[in-house]
Structure formats: C-alpha cells, structure tokens
Design a protein around this ligand. Structure first.
Ligand SMILES: Nc1ncnc2c1ncn2[C@@H]1O[C@H](COP(=O)(O)OP(=O)(O)O)[C@@H](O)[C@H]1O
Ligand SMILES: [Mg+2]
Length: 219
C-alpha cells in the first residue's frame, strides 16, 4: 500500500533523510524508533502527504504522490490518512468534540451526526464528558488523546501516529496502545513513531531511524 524508494529530504543545505526505503503492506503495523532529531517527524510528514520528498518516490496505493497537485493530495489525506501530530495541532477556538469531528466536517457529514460520532471517539480515548472543553483548558495528555480521537473519527485506512503516547501516564498510555492493537486487528494500517521500545514491540515490523536512514530491527 505504501512504498518509499530512495527518499531524500533536504532543508536548505541540510540533508535530513538520506535514501529511505520503506514498504508497508495493507493492514501492517509498523513502528519507527530513533533518537530525537533523527528525521522521524520529517519522514512521517512525507508519509502523510503533508510534505514531499526532495528526491526519490513515494507511492500510496500505487500512485506516485509527487505528481499530484495540492487538491488531489488534500483528497488523499481526507479519504485515506489519519494523522496524530507530535504537537497535537488542535484548533484552539474549537471544543474537543468539534476538533474530533473536523475530518467528518470536511467530508460533509451533518453536524449532529458528526458530533455524536466525536463523542463516541472521545469516550474510546477515555475523555467522555470533555466534549465541550477547549484545548487550552486540557492537560497535554488530554490534548494528545483528543488528537488521536480526531484521527480515529475519520476511520482512516492508514493511521500515522507521531509519538502519540509521549505525554501520557502509564495507564492512559496502555489504553491508547490497546486501542491501536484493536485498530490493527480490524484491518487498519498503522505507522507508529515512538521512543518507547515497549510500545514499539507491539508492532509487527520495527525500524530504527538513524541519521536520516532506516534500518530494520528492534535493537
Ligand atoms: N521545516 C524544517 N526546516 C528546517 N529544518 C528542519 C525542519 N523540520 C525539521 N528540521 C530538521 O530536521 C532534523 C530532523 O527533524 P525531525 O524530523 O523533527 O526529527 P525527529 O522527529 O526524529 O525528532 C532536525 O535537525 C530538525 O532541526
Ligand atoms: Mg519528531
């Protein structure tokens, strides 16, 4: 389903990704681990079609995304990809439920229906009763769970999670990892970035990101 061939990414004169090869089959659960600054988020943004490689190719379901215009990329993200950002990226003026329902709004789902679905996903991440809270009134861990509920609400085939448990206490963390296990069992394709080897060990394939390259392995 997703194939990266020899992907390189430069920012100015700095090469952040250096020839990344990555194949993820439909329904596969993949974890990427690596030290901070190694290029994990940069790689995730390319996987999520939020950024493009400087050189190399990236194909989603056989289509080379580097040849797509912004409108086509937008549709691809809306229809296939859920993204949990490392910095949450919640919309400050919206309530938790409105944030979670946002992908459904983009798809034209009626307000009542989308807020009902949002409430269900907030419940799944342990935030029942927080529907009308604004992000600024929530803890980092709560905001992180709202961000995950927003990604889940669109029921994406490909779910990309950039350190989705980084701000969580151990109990909430295990709850979220169990939720990802459940999504994997029901056929979702997941790419998880984490610092946490215990979290990574739940995935089927683990790669280390090191100096902008990808190495297979759990060590
Ligand atoms: N938009 C950007 N412009 C310039 N440099 C960037 C940008 N995004 C990331 N970088 C640099 O790329 C490197 C990798 O960053 P990142 O992908 O965020 O790493 P990680 O997620 O593994 O911590 C870092 O040195 C960072 O400073
Ligand atoms: Mg990062």
């Amino acid at each position: 389903m997703i194939v990266m061939e020899n992907v390189c990414k430069n920012y100015g004169g700095t090469q952040v990704l250096r020839g990344v090869q990555l194949h993820v089959r439909p329904g596969e659960y993949t974890a990427l681990v690596g030290p901070s600054g190694s290029g994990k988020s940069t790689l995730m943004h390319i996987l999520g079609c939020l950024d493009t490689p400087t050189t190399g190719t990236y194909r989603v379901d056989g289509e080379d995304v580097s040849h797509m215009d912004e409108k086509a990329l937008c549709c691809l993200r809306r229809d296939k990809i859920g993204f949990v950002f490392q910095g949450y990226q919640l919309i400050a003026r919206m309530t938790a439920a409105q944030n979670v329902a946002f992908p459904l709004m983009l798809r034209g789902v009626a307000q009542k229906e989308r807020l009902a679905q949002a409430a269900e996903y907030l419940r799944q991440v342990g935030l029942a009763g927080y529907e009308n809270q604004r992000p600024s009134c929530m803890s980092g861990g709560q905001q992180q769970r709202v961000a995950l509920a927003r990604a889940l609400c669109a029921r994406p085939r490909l779910l990309l999670c950039d350190e989705p448990t980084g701000a969580l206490d151990p109990e909430s963390r295990d709850g979220i990892l169990d939720l990802l296990d459940g999504l994997h069992s029901s056929g979702h394709t997941i790419v998880l970035i984490t610092h946490d080897m215990q979290a990574a060990s739940r995935a089927q394939s683990v790669y280390r990101v090191q100096n902008g390259t990808l190495q297979p392995g759990r060590g």
